[in-house]
Design a protein around this ligand. Sequence first.
Ligand code: BGC
Length: 850
Amino acid sequence: MTRTPRPDEATPGQPDVGPDAAIEAWAGCKSVSSEWLLSYDGYDPVTEGLRESLCTVGNGYWATRGAAAEADADAAHYPGTYLAGVYNRARTGRAWHSVEDEHMVNAPNWLPLWFRLADGNWFHPGTANFLHYRQELDLRRGVLTRVVRFRDPAGRTTKVTSLRFLSHAAPHIAVLSTTFEAEDWSGPITVRSAINGQVTNRNVAADRSLTGSHLLPRRVGELDGETVLLDMETTQSGIRVATGARTRVFAGDSPLTPDRQFLCDSAGWVAQEFTMDVEQGHPIRVEKTAAVYTSRDRAIASPAQAVTSALHRVGNAEGLLDAHEQRWNILWESFAVSLDSGKRQSLALNLNTFHVLQTLAAADVDLDAGVPARGLHGEGYRGHVFWDELFVYPMLTLRRPDLSRALLGYRYRRLNEARAAALAAGFEGAMFPWQSAIDGQEQTPTELFNPYNDKWMPDNSQRQRHVGLAIAYSVWHHYQATGDIAFLIHQGAELIFEVSRFFASLCRYDSRDDRYDIEGVMGPDEFHDGYPGSPGLGLRNNTYTNVMTAWVLRRAVEISGLLENRYCEPLRTRLNLGPDEIQRWKHISRRLRVAFHPDGVPSQFEGYENLPEFDWSGYRAKYGSIGRLDLILAAEGDSTNNYRLSKQADVLMLLYLFSAEELRNLLHEMDYRLPPEAIVRTVDFYGSRSTHGSTLSNVVHSWVEARRDRERSWTFLTQALESDLADIQGGTTREGIHLGAMAGSIDMVIRCYTGLEIRDNILRIHPVLPAQLTGISFSINYREQPIRIDITNTSVRLALRDSDTGPVNLIIEGLSATLAPGQTRTFTLGRPQQRRLPDDGTAHSKGVGL
Ligand code: BGC
């Protein structure tokens, strides 16, 4: 039963849809039945791509979109499977030149389980006559189920129930269990269980003109009577990807042994086909268990060999499911956040946590993979790794610091590549790429497709050197949160030193003013890649870059002192870091230039204040959604470089990463003033000139407003929470989730509204909840000490689990206390209105903590 889209439905090109409207526009599906269940009633080809992304199941090693097992890629369906860190380069010839791009590879599809009744056609969701259709993603258990009842042209009614998961306990294993029930007939059902390696990268509309083939077949075959194998290799990176599938058939608990036919296509497709006689009212279950290994995996002889052994040893679906659910239980014990606000927010929060963990919480595998901006859920941004990890680490580190440390390892291993990039560009130290993939070379495409005029336009976003600063910031805060000095000595310090070296070498000294300038860069706001008339040449003295550089250099100096009396000879020898260089860093950190508007507002970059204002109302009236003004204006022959506007927070990022007090002190050290009134003016100035064209922007603005305008902060937070659930950009979620916004929205709740920070070995809490939120409960793992935290408007309750760690020093809203393991204590808070906000209203408690 397909349906015609309603007029109010979210369609691509209509962003800025408010969350509730957008949710209602979900093509005939009810999304919220409980805060742990994402469910859809009815089949809808129009929103199938969005559902597939949101119903992705994965375990950090790999993930599979929630596509129907009976569908190949077509206008409605896109069955993508992605393996963390598996990329391949491909060249595309264009009329005038050719381009080479690196993509996260769409791996062989292990799902296909086709069926047909008697002599009917293969079942396909697009043509079936559904009597019932319900899909549910159970976030607690990490299980996707679908129940359909349909009537075929011969009048037979059949129920098909399927359940799938990618095991968190056995990370190379996936299960699809499908039960067929003939309700009012008896007869044969033919099943074809396949692995399809004839897949290409075709998920992103704008990238469809690029070469999408990344895999070549190496071997197809049967491993035994019930198991098939497809061994493939990526065309350029030479990664072997072996996929195997074992298919068993059961009536109740009894195995059935239908005759099987082995089918294959040497171009990369392998299947078994068999026919089962189904009796009315007697269900038959087909259990497909898949395994994947690649040549990037450790401790294996070969991927094909590893798949073979895994499938010979693996138990049944029931046992696998039990173990998988147990792992999710353990994860939720650490990561669940309970909100007293509404089911809708709770569902969004749980969904976001679920997808962050599905992308990054790889259990029991030693991976070399970064934080892909769009998860393992689609091919948006080609699976590349940006600066978004800055938004992701805090919610991980507070619970599972081992996860963020492993992800920082991805950066550490690419330090040499970043050094080579700096050298090639005429600089010192390490220049990390704006977009990173397999080896850490710059992967930012040079061109961006503009759907407003169907043309490719230059993409200069690789001038966002600030990505290195985000890495250094994350390294320092990982150390602050964990106190892990070994991490600092063996990886962290080297990362911070080399990033510092790069930025120091980027600085040009102006002896007249005794100031340092940084030129030719872009800030986080991608709408300005140069001055009017000079697109792509970068900007002078981007405030975010310069202030962050000053902060990182200060940390580098601090770390060199911290490590002075430690055994760090290998590091010292490797880096050849002497006192003169440290002295220079100190000087630069005090003398970097920051431009200000005449009223004391830090200028996004030198000259920003000279740009004319933009016609906001005119463009809103003309285009409705103006999130991507860069594309709109380019199609009109104009440029966002010409106006005072931004895609996302840029100067305001500083108030996201630092408390107002810290920022003021930092600027003070640089001989600048930022009085409280100027902070208020800064928030107002930039707040009213942003299109929030990046989902990250809602997180930042929510944070910045949290102690100033709680109502506004909450509105931004709901937008951030719903980035993907409501597909607020009107169609981008089908190309992958927005991992930074998902993680950032969780972090908003657990750190910003609670005022939780870790500084000077003290755990501080200073909550200010928005009116819509009456309570928050969650757990953290503070230096190996699990702590349960319950916060309301009137109290903070801390319960320390019994452990043999030492006592924890706390400051709860200004009151110092010490709690020993096993102790519980409730602190009473003053009434909210009695809790004075700082003058500038923005002195939130981020900063030195995480
Ligand atoms: C944003 C970047 C972000 C990237 C990946 C872009 O739209 O402007 O800040 O890193 O998306 O999420």
